[in-house]
Design a protein around this ligand. Sequence first.
Ligand SMILES: NC(=O)c1ccc[n+]([C@@H]2O[C@H](COP(=O)([O-])OP(=O)(O)OC[C@H]3O[C@@H](n4cnc5c(N)ncnc54)[C@H](OP(=O)(O)O)[C@@H]3O)[C@@H](O)[C@H]2O)c1
Length: 273
Amino acid sequence: MVPVRHLRSFQSTEAMSEPSDRANPSAADPPVEGAISRRAGGALRTTNNRALVVGNSDGIGLEFTRRLLQTGWDVTGVSRRAVNLDHEQYRHVVVDIRSPEFCGELVKLCEAPFGLCVYCAGIGEAFDPTGLDADAATVHVNFLGMVQTAAAVVPAMVAAGQGHFIGLSSIGDGVSPDAPAYSASKAGVSSYLEGLALALRPHGVYVSNVRFGFVDTKMAKSPVKPMMISVDRACAVLARVVRDRPAVSSYPKRMAALVWLVNLWTALRVKLA
Ligand SMILES: NC(=O)c1ccc[n+]([C@@H]2O[C@H](COP(=O)([O-])OP(=O)(O)OC[C@H]3O[C@@H](n4cnc5c(N)ncnc54)[C@H](OP(=O)(O)O)[C@@H]3O)[C@@H](O)[C@H]2O)c1
């Protein structure tokens, strides 16, 4: 999800067509299975095939959990709803990230270290000037929950000298008058993950900040969703991130460039306000 009010004038037939990686045309998305199994067969980056996916009862987290299982990962999922995934290498913990039990559950889960952690949980609402009650919840689920997850998962990765922590941020991680709390939470996510990526690399641990534009899930509530990608495409991007472990991955690139321009306009508005 990204702020949309300023994007409407940019909407065009081209913008609504299938995204391409214009900035890096050779980097076509690999099929998800190919991307992960190539990793599993020969070019293993970790000897630990245990993965933790937080926020996987729906959307990107649910589909990526399925694909990790298909490619041999042993997956633990965490979300506030149960998940109907019947697989011998899957276990699920139902807990609300905003509940006092969340950190305790994570500590229990991390008694055995994870080789991969993907933080997919997120919420977002349009701004309501008559009440900012939802804003604290948005920051809690999107940002604080991810920081708490890193605190539980990363020390064991550092001790093992290997591991990969991925967080889902957003191309909309700049200043937004449409959804200030969502954008602020994602600004925190991006800044934290990119700082962690630099800090942890010498310890053998990789951290990736994944910045999507619109993805076709219940999260994308805006009436206008330029360059929206499918959940399948988002999972293919994630698979590539698991394989290549970049510090940051923004997709679609054209959407990132467009929002970068909008952010310049917003910065000017802030200066003049
Ligand atoms: N979709 C987009 O357009 C888009 C764009 C850029 C970035 N992203 C980011 O990608 C991530 C995944 O989003 P999505 O599109 O897959 O959204 P989604 O379909 O709504 O899935 C979000 C997941 O987070 C879980 N969750 C929310 N609040 C929770 C809580 N308090 N405790 C535990 N779990 C909780 C949800 O559980 P419930 O189903 O029970 O609510 C769900 O499993 C989010 O961080 C989102 O900000 C999405």
